[in-house]
Design a protein around this ligand. Structure first.
Ligand SMILES: *[C@@H]1O[C@H](CO)[C@@H](O)[C@H](O)[C@H]1NC(C)=O
Length: 214
């Protein structure tokens, strides 16, 4: 094992520094002390740098996580905008029904469909997010034949309207607040043997909206 002093000597051997070291004006112990201090400072700097670099990595991760969270929050917020209204006939006038079995009413005149949760090809509304929803439907009919419509959740009756063989014409409506899971389906169905009437004034219509998500 070589001592620090021997190493120093080897380092400076043959150089003029070596001569200086042994000249009476140079305090070797003080020089060694200075070197030690310097080495300690470099070590501390290295430690600090390592710490700063790892903090920087952590910050980068934090920023990218935050960006991801913000994006998914924005997407969630978009999904929370749900509202639609549609009248039964896109144009003209006439009866729908009676049919020999229950039939989903397909409302063709779309007034609004924010979030595209209502499908005007099938008449089915599909909940995009879990939440509390409100639905309302109106039925109008012309004389003689019963008008009966039910609002269904995943095929099960929730609420209904009924007008038995109206004299002249009939107007009915019902509404309901429902807690829906994503993917739950709502539609309105004409009962077997009944009918509704519609014309450009859209007496027969279906509306719904998300009151608030859960
Ligand atoms: C149903 O509503 C229409 C349109 O408002 C109205 O003309 C009609 O008289 C109503 N029918 C009944 C039976 O009240």
């Amino acid at each position: 094992m070589k001592t620090s002093l021997q190493l120093l000597f080897l380092l400076f051997a043959g150089s003029s520094i070596a001569d200086d070291l042994f000249s009476p004006s140079v305090n070797i112990m003080a020089e060694i002390e200075k070197w030690k201090t310097m080495e300690e400072r470099i070590q501390r700097l290295e430690e600090t740098l390592t710490k700063v670099l790892s903090e920087n990595e952590a910050l980068k991760t934090l920023v990218s996580d935050s960006q991801y969270n913000l994006q998914s929050l924005q997407q969630q917020n978009e999904a929370k905008k749900v509202a639609f209204s549609a009248g039964l006939l896109a144009s003209g006038e006439g009866h729908t029904g009676p049919t020999d079995k229950q039939k989903t009413l397909v409302y063709k005149k779309v007034f609004s469909n924010v979030g595209n949760a209502y499908d005007s090809n099938t008449g089915v509304f599909k909940a995009p997010v879990k939440g509390v929803y409100y639905f309302r439907f109106y039925g109008h009919s012309h004389s003689g034949i019963t008008m009966a419509v039910s609002l269904m959740k995943n095929g099960a009756t929730m609420c209904s309207v009924h007008d038995w063989k109206p004299q002249g014409n009939g107007n009915t409506s019902n509404g309901i607040v429902l807690i829906l899971e994503p993917g739950d389906e709502i539609d309105t169905r004409l009962w077997k043997g009944s009918r509704v009437y519609d014309d450009p004034a859209s007496y027969t219509s279906f509306s719904g909206f998300l009151i608030f998500p859960l």
